[in-house]
Design a protein around this ligand. Structure first.
Ligand code: N01
Length: 545
């Protein structure tokens, strides 16, 4: 055993499990449910004091689901869950999603096998025993055959490195690590929000309404469209419940995992007037549909993309009254290359007297000081700083755990130059360790809950298969890993996603290996690849006894 393994003693014996599951969010909870149903002794660990994963941490004001419409951002495996939980709004807020996940934890009787307030601090593969030694922040060693990393794609906060930021003496919060009580109060305060991705854009209108003055520190302007949030129509819900099997099937055969039929019309097939009419209609309805239901070539054809980008830029010019502020808010890259944002009056917020936009490209930050932030043009006194600076996405949490695999190799050694995986689920030299939303899986480019269910099902079925055939371990083959990683890379280059800097490419974190992390070929082909690997005798995997 590696010297890094836990020190089980007579006084502190190891907990013996079939499966350790890291994380109590959507994927960890479904993993527990599924693995237990398969007769396995599984236990979930999470450092938070609540279930919910990212939906527990992201409590900033305005946090909402951005995926198309309730009730499609939820588990599909259980009709009871579908029928018994009422989603009040089309774009459910964070509190509602967290309520749903707590409801699931109770309804599926998950809590007895979830240990909260407990971080997994180390995982080391013991080759002789073909099992994992796992350490926890409580010092309880665990001896498990399998490790399921259900630690989420957006769970490690990206803390900006800016001169003097540690000297700032006011309140400072990261949107992805928001205080777990209701203690944050903006009343009468001078607040700055750093960052204008989804978290910044969602929170800025809410903060502006409550604080004395808001300074928005923007490095890259974003395209955002109205969320169009509204109460869910009871007839719509009744119909969704009645036709749930068909809806589930439709979700599995569309590229993004949504039940909506994407457009088949190309932008150039319409006149400029027709396009404007189409975009206006979807702008008024709100939601993601403006990028899914309008034109099929928005993400593959520059002309098409430009038509929507210009439509949104025109909207900004017409909404924001101060032309200079409007100019600073205009994005000038391909729309859709960053995650599409849905907002609740974002652009209009800049018409408020108590909001100032600082364009960091023209007026960069020099430093933070105890009383505020100094940009090239002058000082901005602050009582509170909100860091909406995103995440070390998809790989960050696993890299911090840095498990040690066969031959003592660490994950960070394997991921030094690029984020290799086989099918986004496994990594050579890390036998019996599975990722649910890892690099090389569709993860954030697909309906997260639907992709989670399918990858968890793969893991559970695989463990079942191993046991049935008396194998003790399974490991991805390096040749297949290389081929898959090259394919993921190639597919991403066929899309527009790689044309701008974004967290999809890891470019938001200093020193992170660059490369497009999610599988961009659509869920349909991805799950077919996984199915074929299984059907062909676990092609690309080595199973050992
Ligand atoms: O993070 P981001 P996010 N100095 O990385 C800026 C999901 N999500 O938390 O663009 C100055 O998108 C950075 O600037 P730039 C969703 O998938 C979902 O907002 O790099 N600025 C950018 O403006 C989303 O895509 C929901 O130039 C700095 C911002 O911070 C993902 O999470 C809600 C900086 C970071 O934007 C991440 O979104 C919220 C620096 N040093 C999030 N460092 C739902 O609704 C960073 N920035 C479900």
């Amino acid at each position: 055993m590696s010297s890094k393994g836990p020190q089980a003693t007579a006084a502190q014996p190891a907990i013996v499990l079939d499966v350790v599951v890291i994380g109590a969010g959507f994927s960890g909870m479904y993993a527990l449910h599924t693995l237990r149903a398969a007769g396995l002794k599984a236990r979930v660990y999470d450092e938070a004091h609540n279930v919910g994963g990212t939906w527990n941490w992201n409590r900033y004001p305005g946090a909402r689901v951005d995926f198309p419409v309730a009730p499609y951002y939820c588990y599909t495996f259980s009709d009871e869950l579908m029928n018994e939980f009422d989603w009040p709004e089309r774009q459910p807020d964070q509190a509602t999603v967290l309520k749903y996940l707590n409801f699931v934890a109770d309804r599926m009787d998950l809590r007895r096998d979830i240990e909260l307030g407990t971080r997994i601090t180390d995982a080391t593969y013991d080759e002789t025993r073909q099992r994992w030694w796992v350490d926890t922040s409580r010092g309880t060693p665990i001896d498990a055959q399998f490790v399921v990393c259900a630690s989420g794609a957006l769970s490690t906060a990206n803390m900006p490195k800016i001169p003097g930021i540690e000297t700032f003496a006011g309140e400072c919060y990261h949107t992805g690590r928001w205080p777990q009580d209701d203690s944050v109060d903006f009343t009468g305060k001078r607040v700055a929000v750093l960052g204008t991705g989804s978290s910044g854009v969602q929170s800025i209108p809410h903060i502006a309404r409550q604080c004395q003055h808001l300074t928005v520190l923007q490095r890259t302007p974003q395209y955002t469209v109205p969320a169009g949030n509204k109460p869910v129509d009871p007839d719509f819900v009744a119909n969704a419940r009645a036709t749930w099997p068909e809806i589930k099937q439709r979700m599995r055969v569309t590229p993004f995992g949504s039940p909506f039929q994407a457009s088949t019309v190309r932008a150039e097939e319409h006149t400029p007037e027709q396009r404007r009419e189409v975009y206006e209609k979807f702008w008024q309805v709100g939601g993601f549909n403006i990028v899914i239901d309008t034109y099929c070539d928005l993400f593959t054809d520059k002309f098409s993309n430009d038509t929507l980008a210009e439509f949104v830029r025109d909207k900004i010019r017409s909404i924001v009254k101060n032309p200079e502020t409007a100019r600073k808010l205009l994005p000038n890259y391909l729309i859709g290359t960053k995650r599409q944002i849905l907002d609740e009056g974002y652009y209009d917020t800049f018409n408020r007297d108590n909001v100032t936009l600082v364009d960091l490209r023209e007026d960069p930050i020099v430093e933070f000081y105890p009383g505020g932030v100094r940009t090239q043009s002058g000082e901005h006194p602050l009582d509170m700083l909100v860091l909406a600076t995103g995440f070390d996405a998809i790989t960050g949490t696993l890299q911090r755990l840095n498990p040690r695999g066969r031959g003592g190799v660490t994950l960070n050694e394997c991921w030094k130059d690029r984020f290799n995986s086989y099918l986004g689920i496994t990594i050579p030299r890390f036998p019996n360790l599975f990722m649910i939303t890892g690099p090389g899986s569709p993860s954030v480019l697909y309906n997260m809950t639907a992709s989670i269910e399918q990858n968890v099902d793969f893991v559970s079925n695989t463990i079942d298969h191993l046991r049935e055939h008396h194998y003790t371990s399974i490991e991805a083959q390096p040749r297949e890993e290389l081929a898959w990683t090259q394919y993921v890379d190639w597919i991403s280059k066929q899309t527009i996603y790689t044309k701008v800097k974004s967290w999809y490419n890891g470019e938001n974190v200093n020193g992170k290996p660059a490369g497009f992390m999610p599988y961009a070929g659509g869920g349909l082909t991805y799950f077919e690849f996984v199915r074929q690997a299984v059907d062909n005798g676990y092609r690309g995997f080595t199973r050992s006894v």
